[in-house]
Design a protein around this ligand. Structure first.
Ligand code: AMP
Length: 458
């Protein structure tokens, strides 16, 4: 009996709780609206023009230079990035999204794609392909950085990698691909370039550099003080005013390069001259990641503006030891990546400077339908047109002609096809010129040909 009593009590409490939850739900009928995570931005249709321009132009430049599309997963073993990018780097220490998956495996969202591509090159036996392997990619990267203009936690990169050969002409070609992509998007860029030599060159230089920073330790920023023993090269990248004076007089890596490294670097510069890519030698440029050797470079908007000068549009370099370090054969390689959000910011900036140049009016067709029969015929006609390469805008859920013509105007349609019950029965459509309002009736069989003419599809 007592058991029964307890159960009854418990049930009563539950009902009361449920009741109050239901009441609460009624009180706050409106569900909580979610925000995107900090530093993660939505890409909206109104920005489609910029994104597609970057996607298409970058792909077209990469393909023109003989690069093939490649992709590696967004999620990889965390250790892949720790080993390649380096333990002492900000990317690994502070910014990586790292977590245990449901199997207890330590995984990370890729902060960049070079390590993933190098891993995939090994996993897929790509050393058996004719060398070098030239690939390009686009996609999202993740870094838990402090968000600000041009710095996000999810951002997108376009990049190219050449694996399996070492020649200065490869470095120069990669720089030309990155530079020309930006140029084709209407941005004047300049390349900052340096050589950090071979690993041996760097070891000798590091002894000298650490000695110098130790002697100036008290003048360095707190952040840089911590880096003296952990990652002294990174201090050279510091933008802190306090550090800049110390960096100015620091020993320069270029003076520690072997004859071979120097000769290699000179060749890269000669090829860049040939390619007419403008560059500036920046002796303090070292790039943040551990895997670079020899050529390192970054691209900036060519501008007097201090802010543009601080945030790179992209960067890259040679990484001859990475594939071997990840368990593959000795495979010299080089690559770059460009930040798509930063490029779009520069494109917007450029557009503003040039004033609002009226966009060239491209022909655009809208398909308006009326009544159930019109809608059904529109469905099959639009599909038929799509198969023949004619794309039209439509909002098939709308019924009123007025509403559809308004939408056509908003989409800057040059012509609207109108299909109602009468046209379905006659096997015709009306084509309305949206500027003049003049309407023409044509046979549905002639529609494809007519639209191809209007859309200038030859
Ligand atoms: P990195 O290899 O770190 O130099 O990155 C290459 C390029 O990616 C940079 O020059 C930026 O254009 C872009 N990038 C890197 N981190 C971010 C970020 N947190 N937000 C937006 N773009 C970024």
């Amino acid at each position: 009996m007592p058991v029964k009593k307890t159960t009854k009590k418990a049930t009563t409490t539950k009902v009361t709780k449920k009741g109050s939850a239901a009441k609460k739900a009624v009180d706050n009928k409106k569900a909580k609206a979610y925000e995107s995570l900090r530093g993660m931005k939505d890409i909206l249709p109104k920005h489609e023009g910029y994104w597609l321009d970057v996607f298409h132009k970058s792909e077209s430049v990469a393909r023109a230079y003989g690069y093939q599309y490649m992709q590696a997963p967004i999620l990889e073993q965390a250790q892949l990035f720790v080993r390649s990018i380096g333990k002492g780097t900000d990317v690994v220490n502070k910014e990586m999204y790292i977590f245990e998956d449901r199997d207890g495996k330590k995984v990370a969202l890729r902060p960049e794609l070079t390590a993933g591509i190098a891993r995939a090159y090994i996993s897929n036996g790509m050393h058996n392909l004719p060398q070098p392997v030239k690939v390009w990619y686009q996609g999202p990267m993740f870094r838990h950085d402090r968000p600000q203009a041009g710095r996000y936690r999810q951002f997108h990169q376009f990049g190219c990698e050449v694996l399996g050969d070492r020649d200065p002409v490869i470095d120069a070609e990669l720089i030309a691909v990155s530079y020309n992509t930006i140029k084709d998007l209407g941005i004047d860029a300049v390349v900052h370039i340096n050589s950090i030599g071979s690993l041996e060159d760097r070891q000798n230089y590091l002894v000298e550099l650490v000695g110098y920073f130790r002697s100036k330790r008290s003048y360095l920023s707190d952040e840089s003080k911590k880096r003296v023993s952990k990652n002294p090269l990174r201090i050279l990248d510091s933008k802190d005013g306090q550090d800049l004076e110390v960096i100015q007089d620091a020993p320069q890596i270029i003076d520690w390069l072997s004859q071979d490294s120097k000769a290699y670097f000179m060749k890269v510069l000669e090829y860049l001259d040939e390619l007419q890519v403008p560059y500036v030698l920046v002796p303090t440029l070292v790039r943040g990641l551990d895997y670079y050797t020899d050529t390192v470079f970054e691209l900036f908007v060519d501008s007097e503006d201090a802010l543009s000068a601080q945030s790179a549009l992209g960067g890259g370099g040679r990484y001859d030891g990475l594939v071997e370090q990840l368990g593959g054969r000795l495979t010299p390689a080089a690559g770059f990546s460009l930040g798509i959000e930063r490029i779009i910011l520069a494109m917007k900036d450029q557009k503003q400077k040039l004033g609002d140049v009226p966009a060239e009016k491209k022909p655009h067709i809208f398909f308006a339908q009326l009544g159930e029969q019109g809608r059904r015929r529109a469905l099959s006609l639009i599909e038929q047109l799509r198969k023949s390469g004619v794309f039209v805008g439509s909002h098939l859920s709308k019924n009123s002609l007025k509403g559809q013509l308004e939408l056509a105007n908003k989409q800057h349609a040059t012509h609207t096809i109108i299909l109602g019950q009468k046209e379905v029965q006659d096997g015709t459509v009306i084509i309305r010129d949206m500027d003049s309002g003049i309407q023409e009736i044509i046979d549905q069989k002639k529609l494809e040909k007519k639209l191809k003419k209007l859309l200038e599809i030859v």
